[in-house]
Design a protein around this ligand. Structure first.
Ligand SMILES: Cc1cc2nc3c(=O)[nH]c(=O)nc-3n(C[C@H](O)[C@H](O)[C@H](O)COP(=O)(O)OP(=O)(O)OC[C@H]3O[C@@H](n4cnc5c(N)ncnc54)[C@H](O)[C@@H]3O)c2cc1C
Length: 481
């Protein structure tokens, strides 16, 4: 098995590979093409499966299929693996520019952490020195942490009060068929139907805007409540799962790399897929440099908003096309900031339309000052590359903040994501099944297609396992025939 004990904090192997790979589409093999210890069942030395995308969904699907003896190639457009997770460095510290928080109530990602020997790195969340709520007009209220907690918890409990009856089996989200009747309810509509005060509405709208990546009048109420149900219908567990724990020693990127290393699939970085032809008994994929890659089947793990950039020669079903065109929003981003002064352990929710929706201390000391992370549901409300704009926003919460360093990542302008985390527009939650459905020799994964934690890393892993199982069964059948 892959050895992890000497993994250095930022996975030097990953960055070395990344550097080498920028020389345009160089073939990079994680270990070797051959799986000598496995029963590789090829007839003609070709690939059985081509997987498009080396994020969590693609890496998991590759590992699952290679373990069954199929020969797998992973095509990844970027010069690095991980997709919408990206562990980097900020002032000598490990940071997560994309997906970051994980939890033991997220069974798929927790199992991967256990399998490859990763632990949890704690982020401060409790024992706050101060907590704030910024209202929609930018006014900031300093609320005692115990009052903040009490108000937020009671508001959250009200918002999710029906979660157990709506989602008695959260991994079978439409088990309760009455749910279909609630598809047209937005998070805003439900929020405003509750008996809540101004601060409760502001803090909850901030949280929901994060999940929506859009104004919450466009956000599916039931899709959010499903996520809550997955955390055992419990507010403390949900909050703990979303804001308290990261992956240690190399972070999310190192975990994706460990899965890929274990798969021993061929991984090609800088391989931009442009055109796909399903021949009925095989699939050919044309890359941006004109090269053709052929396999029996293909699994696509792309962010939904990237699909229009690929020419599926035989088209996609009209249901899938409708999902691609309409279902997702997600204008989100993360930014890390450092102030030279120690602001203490603080947390702030900022109501829409303020650009930062949550600002959380990640580290604080007199020596370091403060490292803060802001998560934005609507990054287009601010120019994250403008230091002055970021400083002005932070000073609304911390007027004496002496900001010196910032590290933003804009997932919306990145051509290989064009969005942040998955989020469903009102009316589109139940349609994720259309996106997941196989078509001919083509299979579909990606966090947006998950039954469970669809806005999360966990959903990506779940979807990779499901699509790999579907592709395996199809190939078993066709090779037996
Ligand atoms: C800012 C941010 C914060 C988040 N916070 C959290 C969090 O705290 N916790 C959590 O669990 N989740 C979080 N998420 C969500 C989580 O990161 C994603 O759900 C998950 O990583 C998606 O994985 P995936 O494999 O489905 O897709 P991706 O990771 O997007 O993988 C798809 C891959 O396809 C590649 N690709 C795209 N186009 C092409 C092409 N033409 N040819 C070849 N390859 C292509 C991409 O480069 C990418 O590597 C966050 C996401 C973001 C962006």
């Amino acid at each position: 098995m892959h050895k992890l004990s000497n993994r250095d904090p930022l996975d030097r192997r990953l960055f070395l590979k990344t550097g080498a790979a920028t020389a345009a589409g160089l073939a990079l093999t994680s270990c070797a093409d051959e799986n000598p210890d496995r029963n590789v069942r090829d007839k003609d030395n070709g690939y059985h499966v081509v997987i498009v995308g080396a994020g969590f969904a693609g890496a998991t699907a590759a590992r699952e299929l290679a373990a069954k003896g199929w020969r797998v190639i992973v095509l990844e457009a970027r010069p690095r693996v991980g997709g919408r997770v990206f562990t980097s460095q900020f002032l000598g510290r490990q940071i997560e520019l994309g997906g970051s928080s994980v939890h033991w109530v997220q069974p798929h990602v927790f199992a991967e952490m256990q399998r490859y020997g990763f632990g949890f790195a704690e982020v401060p969340l409790y024992d706050l020195d101060a907590s704030y709520i910024m209202l929609g007009d930018g006014t900031v209220k300093n609320i005692a942490p115990s009052t903040f907690d009490e108000k937020y918890t009671s508001a959250f409990n009200k918002f999710c009060a029906d979660s157990r009856s709506l989602f008695p089996k959260p991994y079978d989200p439409f088990f309760n068929e009455t749910l279909h009747k609630l598809e047209s309810i937005s998070a805003e509509e439900h929020l405003l139907s509750l008996d809540l005060d101004e601060l409760q509405i502001a803090s909850l709208r901030a949280e929901l805007t994060l999940y929506a990546g859009a104004p919450i009048s466009e956000f599916s109420y039931t899709s959010f409540v499903k996520l809550f149900a997955l955390a055992s219908w419990d507010t403390f567990t949900f909050t703990d799962s979303e804001k308290h724990w990261h992956i240690d020693s190399g972070g999310t990127s190192a975990l994706v790399q460990a899965i890929l290393d274990d798969s021993r699939a061929t991984v090609r970085l800088g391989a931009v897929v442009q055109e796909v032809t399903d021949h009925g008994d095989s699939v050919s994929i044309k890359l941006s440099d004109g090269e053709l890659v052929t396999a029996s089947t293909a699994i696509f793990t792309l962010p939904t908003k990237v699909y229009p950039d690929i020419n599926f020669k035989s088209g996609l079903s009209k249901e899938k096309q409708a999902f691609i065109d309409n279902a997702e929003m997600s204008d989100g981003a993360n930014i890390y900031m450092r102030t030279t002064n120690n602001l203490g352990n603080t947390f702030c929710f900022c109501d829409d339309p303020n650009p930062f929706n949550a600002v959380q201390t990640e580290e604080f000391s007199d020596e370091t000052g403060t490292i803060l992370k802001a998560t934005l549901g609507r990054q287009s409300l601010i120019d994250l590359n403008s230091f002055d704009a970021v400083a002005a926003e932070l000073r609304k919460i911390h007027p004496n903040a002496e900001l010196t360093d910032v590290a933003p990542y804009n997932w919306v302008t990145d051509p290989y994501s064009k969005q942040a985390w998955p989020s469903y527009r009102v009316g589109w939650f139940s349609k994720y099944k259309d996106m997941a459905k196989p078509e001919g020799q083509l299979f579909f994964a990606g966090a947006a297609t998950a039954d469970g934690w669809h806005e999360y890393i966990d959903g990506a892993v779940e979807s990779g396992i499901r699509a790999a199982r579907e592709a395996h069964l199809r190939m078993e059948k066709s090779y037996a025939g």
